[in-house]
Ligand binder design. Structure first.
Ligand code: GLV
Ligand code: MN
Ligand code: MN
Length: 428
């Protein structure tokens, strides 16, 4: 018989190709695309099969609920995200959802009910791959959704509001949609996804580590102590287009060479400090993009993170000052838009202890580690206490199709999660 850990991994593998991917020969599943809808449909089916009642909320999150001993009790939420980066690995996000489903499948098969309900929540957007505003759907659940975000557009100018309005929900939810218009989305009502603090007792997320620490220490799982603060900017550099053959080098206002200098400054300034600050330019687009035209318009992203928000902000300030100086020296105009800012998010110490106890019961050594990657847990922390369990991934590789996880480690994670759930029940 296939172990539950292996089934969780195999389901992620199933979701790694068409129709669950919009990319030929790899995985790309951005929020509100056809691949995303197909994935929601599959996940909703697995939730129902595990014994949950399934709904889709006003922010397009698929939520499966497993009642506790008394119907309507507050819930432990177990979640992660279904969207992916471009040319992604298969486990960043979906594995946490599949593990939540496996926990419920085990409880349901044993007829076990807890003094609280458990809801598995598959968030819609965490990566910000399509719209430059990540973690929108967890923000809606945590009650922190800013309605102005509905106007944010993707790379072809489609706004979040337009995408939500046009989104075809999975077949499973169609009937509900007919009888109750916009149950899953209402242009004025995305905040109806918000949970009242009294309806939620805690949030648990399992995720591949996306780094090499657990592997280096020979450990299958570890308890996350906290998540690094994030800051993202969208930078636009405007120079002047000109003929590549006739404009002398001294007379140019080349937006791309100016941006190149800025990108190198980002790397130099982030490397310069003694802290854990990391900064990345992950996207850059130059226009008009012709071999014989001096580029006049460049847009690029900057992502800056650190566990220490003061260190993060100091590097961010230095980067922005340097970008301004480069722009002035090269006579190009620069606009800076801060598109994302999340504080560092410590995990709840009592919940961390429950995870450590559950790990010990499975023979797993105590290990706590911080997360440099962002997770929906950092948004959910404004709603309820949060806990995260990291699972070793091969070579620490993530955001890469080579992402890989051992099903045996996933099985250990599932057992630890079940131990956590039982211990949480005992503490009631
Ligand atoms: C999400 O994967 C992030 O940390 O950017
Ligand atoms: Mn990711
Ligand atoms: Mn993730």
């Amino acid at each position: 018989m296939v172990s539950s850990g292996l089934r969780a991994v195999e389901r992620c593998d199933t979701l790694g190709v068409a129709p669950y991917s919009d990319m030929e020969g790899g995985l790309f599943r951005a929020w509100l695309t056809p691949a995303f809808a197909a994935t929601q449909e599959a996940v909703a089916g697995w939730m129902a099969e595990a014994g949950m009642t399934v709904r889709i909320d006003a922010a397009t999150n698929v939520i499966g609920r497993y009642e506790g001993t008394a119907p309507g009790a507050p819930a432990l939420l177990i979640g992660s995200h279904l969207d992916s980066v471009r040319d992604a690995g298969r486990y960043d996000g979906p594995l946490g959802v599949m593990l939540g489903i496996e926990c419920i499948a085990a409880l349901s098969a044993a007829g076990r009910r807890l003094p609280f309900a458990i809801e598995v929540i598959a968030f819609g957007d965490e990566e910000g791959s399509r719209f430059p505003s990540p973690m929108l759907t967890s923000q809606a659940v945590a009650g922190g959704f800013d309605p102005r975000t509905l106007n944010v557009t993707d790379s072809v100018g489609i706004s979040i509001l337009e995408s939500l309005t046009a989104y075809t929900p999975p077949i499973r939810f169609e009937r509900r949609r007919e009888t109750c218009v916009s149950t899953w989305f209402d242009t004025n009502g995305i905040d109806r996804a918000a949970r009242s603090p009294g309806s939620v007792i805690a949030y648990l997320e399992a995720h591949i580590e996306q780094g090499p620490a657990l592997e280096a220490d020979g450990l299958a799982v570890g308890v996350v102590s906290g998540i690094a603060a994030q800051l993202r900017y969208s930078i636009v550099v405007e120079g002047m287009a000109g003929h590549a053959g006739t404009t002398s080098m001294t007379l140019r206002r080349d937006a791309l060479t100016a941006a190149a200098e800025m990108v190198l400054a980002v790397e130099r300034l982030a490397r310069g400090g003694t802290s854990d600050v990391v900064a990345t330019v992950g996207r850059l687009e130059a226009k008009p993009g012709a071999v014989n035209v001096i580029p006049c318009h460049v847009a690029f992203s900057i992502d800056i993170r650190a566990l220490d928000p003061i260190a993060r902000d100091a590097v961010a300030d230095a980067i922005l000052a340097e970008i301004e100086a480069i722009g002035a020296r090269r006579q190009v105009s620069v606009s800076v838009d801060r598109v994302h800012d999340l504080p560092a998010s410590p995990c709840d110490s009592a919940l961390m202890d429950l995870l450590s106890d559950a790990m010990a019961a499975e023979g797993q050594p105590e290990r706590r580690l911080a997360s440099g990657a962002g997770h929906d847990a950092m948004v959910m922390a404004s709603l309820c206490p949060t806990a995260m369990l990291f699972i070793r991934c091969a070579g620490g590789i993530s955001h890469n199709p080579a992402e890989s996880v051992d099903p045996a480690d996933v099985e250990i994670a599932r057992r630890v999660m079940l131990g956590f759930i039982e211990r949480l029940g005992d503490s009631f």
